[in-house]
Write a protein that binds this ligand. Structure first.
Ligand code: ADP
Length: 459
């Protein structure tokens, strides 16, 4: 087992990793920016070190600073969590070169899946279904995009080849819209990923987002831990996730699970990962991407399988083989996660600031992952996700009731959050029936700003 692990992250996931390490008996080193000197992850870790100023480029994304912290403190492993450097192949490689184990897949798998057109090509060859889209390496010229749009038949989705976090994504319904939106999406992609390469994909109406959790060892053994339905989204970003998916029957679960395992197998993937699919109303499904890291919503799968995915990611990084076979994976009840954002729901703006009072919900089947505490100041510099409320029940109905009770109990004073929106959703008849697709939240977004304004906010 590792001697010491450096947590290259902040917030809820940094705390989650520190807890897992504590159970495994691994001492931890936290890194922090000057904006985070009072953050909970810093207090919880065994040791901590400041790695730079607030701007993420100079701290949580600063590879030399993080590597030098790891070496100075005698760490032999680095856990990247999600966001920041978690899907940066150069970082994974730099860790290995410095003699550190990167807790995650190999650099080449991160790079491969980070190149979406390439991932699509590999999946097509492996017999994993993908949606019709741009061929080859993607498109950089409007002319080619227009030809693709015509061939695919509108509506289509413009996506960034290096995409993530919904950046550079635009649904377009005709050639005019495509001409207008293509340069905007390209500009957004350039700002976020330094790349103007885009690709088009047929836009699937009324689709559900259904993803499979994969666990793979470095001896080519791969299993899946079932699915998560992440269709409740705002601007293509997840807000609520649940397992099992309310519309999946056992036959379809097995078929999609097999495709997900195959996706990981063909590339020789190791560690935890997620294969994302879109599920059409007719139950056809299509690969959209693979995330090569632990995900925000991993807790949902942990609650229904009883498997600690963060501990698993650490064990697998040591080279340990998988301890269970596919048949031994047992699913119990239903779980749901509600992402709690520090945001002003009326103005669709982040709401950082001083938390004057924090009372996390509790009780049987209620789990809260948060870095908040009384008197904590939510910094303006980072992602506004401040807490995750996860509930588990014997049935989906019980999980829904528990979620309503827990979200009513949860108190965060001083900053605004989206808890009221979650409560509204929990009383929506379609949500209660499990009848929804990725466009569900549009009904609550009447006064939403134009996507351009939203993109400005996100960047
Ligand atoms: P990112 O990596 O930027 O998050 P994804 O490819 O994972 O982008 O897609 C994010 C979301 O966008 C999906 O969950 C889904 O709601 C929507 N989406 C992506 N591709 C399509 C498509 N071809 N048709 C319809 N919706 C899509």
């Amino acid at each position: 087992m590792f001697k010491k692990l450096l947590v290259a992250n902040r917030g809820t996931i940094a705390i989650r990793i520190i807890r897992a390490c504590r159970e495994l008996g691994i001492p931890t080193v936290a890194v922090y920016s000057t904006a985070d000197k009072d953050a909970l992850h810093v207090r919880m870790a065994d040791e901590s070190v400041c790695i730079g100023p607030p701007a993420a480029e100079n701290s949580y994304l600063n590879i030399p600073s993080i590597l030098s912290a790891a070496t100075t403190f005698g760490a032999d492993a680095v856990h990247p969590g999600y966001g920041f450097l978690s899907e940066n192949g150069d970082f994974a490689e730099a860790c290995q070169r410095s003699g550190l184990t990167f807790v995650g897949p190999r650099a080449r798998h991160i790079r491969l899946m980070g190149d979406k057109p390439r991932a699509r090509r590999i999946m097509t060859r492996a017999g994993v279904p993908v949606l019709p889209g741009s061929e080859g390496k993607g498109v950089t010229e409007l002319r080619d995009a227009l030809a693709d749009g015509k061939r695919l038949r509108f509506p289509v989705l413009i996506k960034a080849a290096a995409g993530g976090g919904g950046k550079g994504m635009r649904v377009v319904r005709d050639a005019n819209e495509l001409s207008k939106m293509f340069p905007i999406a390209q500009g957004e992609s350039e700002a976020a990923f330094g790349s103007r390469t885009m690709y088009l994909e047929k836009y699937l109406e009324r689709a559900r987002h259904v993803e499979f959790q994969i666990v793979a060892d470095s001896h080519r053994d791969v299993i899946h831990l079932g699915e998560r339905d992440c269709s409740i989204q705002r601007r293509h970003q997840k807000v609520i996730e649940e397992s099992p998916c309310p519309v999946l029957n056992e036959r379809l679960r097995q078929k999609m699970g097999k495709a997900a395992v195959r996706a990981a197998e063909v590339v020789g993937y190791s560690n935890v990962g997620t294969v994302e699919f879109l599920l059409a109303p007719n139950h056809e499904f299509y690969f959209i991407e693979m995330n090569t890291r632990i995900q925000v919503e991993h807790g949902v799968t942990e609650m229904v399988t009883g498997i600690d995915l963060v501990k698993e990611s650490i064990r697998l990084a040591t080279g340990e083989p998988l301890r269970i076979k596919q048949k031994q994976v047992k699913f119990d009840g239903a779980a749901m996660e509600f992402r709690i954002y520090a945001e002003d729901p009326d103005r669709h703006l982040p709401s950082p600031g001083l938390v004057t009072h924090h009372h996390a919900a509790g009780g049987l089947g209620v789990r809260v992952e948060t870095a908040l505490y009384d008197g904590y100041r939510v910094p303006v510099h980072y992602d506004p996700l401040v807490a995750k409320l996860i509930v588990h029940g014997a049935t989906r109905k019980e999980a829904l009731a528990r979620a309503r009770a827990a979200l009513r109990e949860y108190q965060i004073d001083g900053i605004k959050t989206n808890i009221p929106l979650h409560l509204k959703i929990l009383h929506d008849p379609d949500f209660i029936r499990g009848e929804f697709a990725t466009d569900f939240l549009n009904r609550y977004e009447k006064s939403a700003p134009a996507p351009e304004a939203a993109a400005l906010k996100a960047s």
